[in-house]
Design a protein around this ligand. Structure first.
Ligand code: PGA
Length: 252
């Protein structure tokens, strides 16, 4: 059985002190939950402090991005080993905001995914279509390309997490319906089956992201191929995020 994952993507929010306080509240509120994985992705500046705060708990640490080189003259970038040094187990890669504002392409995402795997980090690879692409009816073409190119040459697929995040649902309050999300999740799992085989594809965790809240996550998580959530806005308040964790851990 696939395990569920709930990841909070804090984006460019929270000072170190705010991050520690939020992590503490989430740690305390989720202390009894052992089954899935609860992942916090604070900004780089708070990674180490949050890592220390959640040490020995059921929470894991994630970064929101990384470079695909080990070291070197890449001003402003962060290497995989530096993330591991802070206590990271996961790294979010190819988020639509990285693709849109920082021009990351499928090839960059692919290099990062492969590097994360060889560095012992679990990549959470994000894919998703824009509003315009959905209107045009090319959702599967876009998501299919992002999945295939992002995973090109990847062997340890069982160590990859995929997040389907329709761009039109991110930060808009316009969550995908459970049927819309399930359709794309099943499509992604089908693609993975063709490439990697049924057993491996069945074991891969596919998260939904885009305006998830504690009030709408129940319908989404009831779907067969939705294994958890990547949460932005609603992960910034302990109550909201704990509500999502409780919904998911109670149903999966
Ligand atoms: P949102 O963001 O929950 O605020 O829509 C999700 C994400 O960008 O990962």
């Amino acid at each position: 059985m696939r395990k569920w994952i709930v990841a909070g993507n804090w984006k460019m929010h929270n000072t170190i002190a705010e991050s520690i306080a939020l992590a503490k509240a989430i740690k305390e509120g989720s202390a009894g939950i052992q089954s899935g994985a609860i992942v916090l992705a604070p900004p780089f500046t708070a990674l180490f402090s949050v890592g220390e705060t959640i040490k020995g708990s059921n929470l894991s640490l994630a970064a929101q991005n990384m470079h695909y080189e080990d070291k070197g003259a890449f001003t402003g970038e962060i290497a995989p080993s530096m993330l591991k040094d802070t206590g990271c187990a996961y790294v979010i890669l190819g988020h639509s905001e990285r693709r849109k504002y920082f021009h990351e392409r499928d090839n960059d995402v692919n290099l990062k995914v492969k590097k994360a795997l060889t560095s012992g980090l679990i990549p959470i690879m994000c894919v998703g279509e824009t509003d315009e692409e959905r209107e045009k009816g090319v959702t599967q073409d876009v998501v299919g390309r992002q999945v295939q190119q992002g995973l090109n040459g990847v062997e340890k697929i069982e160590n990859v997490v995929i997040a389907y995040e329709p761009v039109w649902a991110i930060g808009t309050g316009k969550v995908a319906t459970s049927a819309q999300a399930q359709e794309v999740h099943a499509f992604i799992r089908g693609l993975l089956k063709n490439t990697f085989g049924g057993k491996k594809a069945d074991d891969i965790c596919i998260l939904y992201g885009g305006s998830v809240t504690k009030d709408n996550v129940g319908d989404l998580i009831a779907m067969n191929d939705i294994d958890g959530a990547l949460v932005g806005g609603a992960s910034l308040k302990a109550d909201g995020f704990l509500g999502i964790i409780k919904e998911i851990s109670g149903r999966k």
